[in-house]
Design a protein around this ligand. Structure first.
Ligand code: NI
Length: 393
């Protein structure tokens, strides 16, 4: 049984103040990945106040809610992440973080609030639901190995036909939604390299094996993987993001440490990059009489959106918002553990614009002054509610 657009719109508008206040409540009380005890409890207690949900705790700091419609049908999972970041907030609004050094700097407070609002509205429309909606309030998106995989392992996707998720996205303006089938977000892998030279007096470099000079060559040469090995059409990032060595003006340190990230979409390229990196590190250190340690860690899989689910979601969004709002997304090199669900079940992930230059909402994700335009929350809730009916039919 379909629900008229106006009915949903009315319910979303009626819910909006509540959704905004949930977001602010959560913004004030951020918790780090895997430590979302109070957040999860708040979500659990709030959901308990809605009628007709079956609640459970798949892991210590996550929550699942199941809403069964009166008639059998497909099962759709809708996901929000709940964790914050180790950042000292520099915003000055009333509801800034009360937890020093921890901040909702990626919009997950908004995701949680939007999914609560979606759950509330759908419980009110339960009679119209065919099949089941499964709300996944996920912990630990920001910290590898991520909460999504744990939730999948706990069985949250058992019997699920499709999974959807959205991210409030400040780089695009509020009032827009960006969606795309295929590659959407990259695989974020990490590496650690230590150059093992031989320390000594800075005035006698000839008596040392200068780990810093060697590290500098390694950093420069790693870019050859991007510019000369990789097909220029294929997205690839190799970034050294941390360099640490030395303690004094007059000492050449015996070792230099580097760390960084590699971002890819293509699995074959992803598997090749560590070998290429190590070959460069080995060659340069060998040439200069040094040794090395090389560690490479594979992070989340890339977010690759399923064609069929994406098309359904896009259609649903176009029906409500029109093509001024719904745009084709440009893939980003950021990572998301939503991919763990997609390994198991066809799904799609999309961006809801949350930036607003006029309001000064211009800071990037993970910035101490990051925030979202709260007008985006309504758009996100509307998008979820409509899409649920579109997919469940
Ligand atoms: Ni995020």
């Amino acid at each position: 049984m379909s629900v008229p657009v106006e009915t949903i719109q009315r319910l979303v508008e009626g819910m909006n103040e509540q959704v905004v206040s949930w977001r602010r409540y959560l913004h004030e009380r951020p918790e780090l990945s895997f430590e979302e005890e109070k957040t999860a409890q708040f979500v659990f207690d709030t959901l308990k106040g809605f009628e007709g949900l079956e609640l459970s705790r798949p892991t210590r700091t996550s929550v699942m809610a199941r809403l069964m419609g009166p008639r059998p049908g497909k099962v759709l999972a809708v996901r929000a992440d709940m964790d914050a970041l180790p950042i000292q907030e520099e915003n000055s609004f009333e509801f800034v973080s009360q937890n020093p050094g921890v901040m909702h700097a990626c919009g997950h407070d908004g995701h949680t609030a939007m999914l609560l609002g979606t759950a509330k509205i759908l419980t009110q429309l339960r009679d119209h639901i065919r099949g089941e909606v499964r709300f996944l309030f996920q912990h630990a998106e920001e910290l590898s190995p991520g909460g999504a995989q744990e939730m999948v392992d706990a069985g949250v996707l058992d019997g699920v036909d499709a999974v959807i998720g959205q991210h409030l996205w400040a780089p695009i303006q509020v009032g827009t939604i960006a969606i795309k089938a295929g590659p959407f977000m990259a695989a974020p892998d990490t590496f650690d390299i230590t150059i093992l030279g031989r320390g000594g007096h800075a005035a006698h470099p000839n008596q040392t094996v200068d780990s810093i000079a060697i590290a500098a060559q390694v950093i420069t040469n790693l870019q050859h993987i991007v510019s000369r090995y990789n097909d220029p059409i294929e997205p690839l990032v190799v970034s050294v993001t941390r360099v640490a060595a030395g303690t004094a003006y007059n000492v050449i340190p015996g070792s230099a440490h580097m760390a960084g990230t590699v971002r890819t979409f293509d699995e074959k390229l992803r598997q090749t990059v560590p070998e290429l990196m190590e070959r460069i590190v080995r060659g340069i250190t060998e040439a200069h009489g040094a040794d090395y340690e090389f560690k490479y860690e594979f992070g989340y899989r890339p977010v690759i959106n399923d064609e069929t689910v994406t098309n359904l979601v896009r259609e649903s969004l176009l029906e409500v918002f029109g093509d001024d709002v719904v745009q084709t997304a440009v893939p980003v090199m950021g990572g998301e553990d939503f991919s763990a669900y997609q390994q198991h079940t066809p799904g799609t992930f999309f961006f809801v614009g949350a930036g607003n230059e006029e309001k000064g909402i211009v800071y990037p994700h993970h910035h101490p002054k990051f925030t979202v335009d709260e007008d985006a929350l309504q758009i996100g809730v509307t998008a979820f509610v409509h899409t649920v009916f579109k997919i469940l039919g």
